[in-house]
Design a protein around this ligand. Sequence first.
Ligand SMILES: [Zn+2]
Length: 397
Amino acid sequence: MSLMGWQALLAFPSMVEVSMDSFVHGHVLLIDVNVDLAGTSVRVAGPATLCYAPLVCKSEVERARSIIVKAVWDWHMPRENAKDERRLVEIAHDTGFDTLIIHNPTPVVMENAHRLGMQVCAIVIPNVTTEYTRNYPDAVQRMLPAENAIAEAVSGLDWEAYTAHAHRWFYPVQLSHLLCFESSQAQDELRARVSAALAVTDGVAFDGFGFRNHYACYCPRCQTLREEMAVQQAGRSSDHILAEMSEDSLVNLSHLLYEHAKGVKTNALITNHIWPPFRPNPDYASRLRLDYCSQTISWFYRPHWSLERVRFEAEQMKHLENPARNRFVPFIGLFDQPHLLRTPPRIAAEMTIALEYGAGSLVFCSLFTLWHNPEIRQVVQNALATDTIECIEKGLT
Ligand SMILES: [Zn+2]
């Protein structure tokens, strides 16, 4: 195997043949190396700290090249007729995206996307209507009475205006009813949503999978589960049990839906966007079972994160990535409202960071913003045309 960047990083002489098993966690390269030096095999194993290198060896580069995804989400493009839908697909394709993620993709969207070599994922959410909640209360998340009162109080706000004035970018509790992930009926409902989506599309993208209050469900079933945990784990504090049970609920559901989706369609693309925030452990996403886990490195709302923070977020998520569970893909959020837009040079810088830490993969949201802002669309298009993996390879030689 070629040494690629290893000789510089590990200071081996260039004639040394090295075989290795390795994986990279952010700045830490975990190595298990056999060095054959003048007929003597020397084994070196352990962590080595890198200055900066999300990708450092040939096998990583090859693996990254084979699983690149450049996806764009959209909720806001006009979709009144077939002409609108063709235009939506063509704009995504012409910008350089290979994957489109939207609600309810139609046969027109699918046909046009496949004609252009793109894949399409349907957004799958755990939201339910008030009628569903009335009919099947046991399948739906419950909050504390005080949290219900908060929901009631904030539901009367003009939320768009309030967010801009108060800089609160999401409700303290989610207003929409959500399925309880421990309910077998809710799990059946989610499996059915995945099956329905995959009957039309190439994959699914989970969005909104979290808790209305951002930390737990208080339905009788979830309460009982926690009481049983408290008996089994005597001495542990209630907050630890609450956090662990909620996190496991999110993680277990991801395994369940992943297995189901792959059973329905073996090559289905399973992805998501981490939302809403999970307060007990904001970094839980690396545990989810997915093909790609998109996590925000630059957020839609003000104050816009500094580029230093954007890099930090990407670095942190890459560091926590567990490729056995999912592959981290950086998510850049940009809405079209004038007070939320960022400049083309700024977006170009974010794209560079995203592609670097995503090893050529990224997720952008939303397509509508690019459609309405040609200068921003141009810098995104330029970035997507760059062969990030080739740049990384060049940097290694
Ligand atoms: Zn529950």
